[in-house]
Design a protein around this ligand. Structure first.
Ligand code: AMP
Ligand code: ZN
Ligand code: FE
Ligand code: FE
Length: 284
């Protein structure tokens, strides 16, 4: 049976394994296919694809796009997109700039809150990542000894409703779906009902995304979804004709309890996604 984990991160965004390490660990975990879905960037795709070819592991080129709806942040996965599509590239660049552009403000905010931090501390924590975000702020806080780990940093200070949060530009969700399609890719809503997002993305709105924007799939099996949520999303997806995926959302040491392969995409769902992508003109 094909073992497919469609949503993983490398050190090119906020994971801790390089794309090559990630691919090797995926194979050691018994996976046959991974999607590399770094936040707002395709920079790791070539390295991961090459590493995969050398050892016989398939890398699906992907991206996890930072989006917003009604001011709340939501994530969209794009697979097999044309990486050189101008419109998509421009929006991703704007989103990365928004993500990184607020780092200075977050350093100031945390300093005011009694945790002195400079934007250099945060950039150092981000190493070479072209997409510096809150997880790196969390890493810098851990390095300073303000919190024990990333989770604590988010729970106390960095989550959307906590005092260390600073707003950023993210792509309107409907535009992001349209851009993924313009780039011949397939669009899958990431962890739609995880971490209190259920009220941001209610079932009837997801239905609208299907009818008005041709949304292709939803992530069902994800660590942020409990069993009941998975059941509800599975049925919703079936009713709306969406491809239902599963993934680890692996970040290496950057996210506990998200081990490679802890959730999988069924082989039949993966084949269906490939079929839809070919229909959109993607090179699969
Ligand atoms: P940013 O794009 O800089 O706003 O950061 C968003 C990233 O932070 C997402 O990719 C999540 O993986 C991570 N994140 C968001 N909320 C939490 C949370 N409550 N706990 C841990 N990580 C989180
Ligand atoms: Zn992440
Ligand atoms: Fe996400
Ligand atoms: Fe993710």
């Amino acid at each position: 049976m094909l073992r497919v984990d469609l949503h993983t991160h490398s050190s090119v965004s906020d994971g801790t394994d390089t794309p090559t390490q990630l691919v090797h660990k995926a194979q050691a975990s018994g996976l046959d296919v991974i999607g590399l879905t770094d936040h707002d960037t395709f920079d790791g795709i070539d390295e991961a694809t090459e590493a995969g070819k050398r050892i016989g592991l398939t890398v699906v080129p992907g991206v996890e796009i930072s989006c917003e709806r009604n001011g709340a942040s939501v994530h969209l996965l794009g697979f097999w997109c044309d990486r050189w599509h101008r419109g998509l590239g421009d929006e991703l660049r704007k989103s990365r700039a928004g993500r990184t552009g607020r780092i200075e403000a977050m350093a100031e905010r945390l300093t005011e809150l009694g945790m002195p931090l400079t934007s250099d501390d945060i950039r150092r924590a981000a190493k070479a990542s072209p997409s510096v975000g809150r997880p790196h702020v969390a890493d810098a806080m851990v390095a300073k000894g303000y919190v024990a780990n990333r989770n604590e940093a988010f729970d106390l200070w960095l989550a959307d409703d906590k005092p260390g949060y600073v707003h950023r530009y993210a792509i309107p969700l409907e535009l992001a779906i349209d851009l993924v399609h313009a780039a011949h890719g397939v669009a899958v809503l990431a962890h739609p009902w995880g971490r209190g997002r259920a009220h941001v993305l209610p079932a009837d709105y997801i239905g609208d995304l299907v009818t008005d924007h041709g949304l292709d799939g939803i992530e069902v099996d994800h660590e942020d979804h409990d069993d009941d949520t998975r059941e509800l999303l599975f049925r919703l997806g079936a009713r709306l004709g969406l491809v239902r995926t599963g993934s680890s959302d692996y970040h290496g040491l950057g996210k506990e309890g998200h081990e490679l392969g802890c959730n999988l995409t069924r082989a039949s769902a993966f084949r269906e996604l490939q079929r839809v992508a070919r229909g959109r003109g993607a090179r699969v």
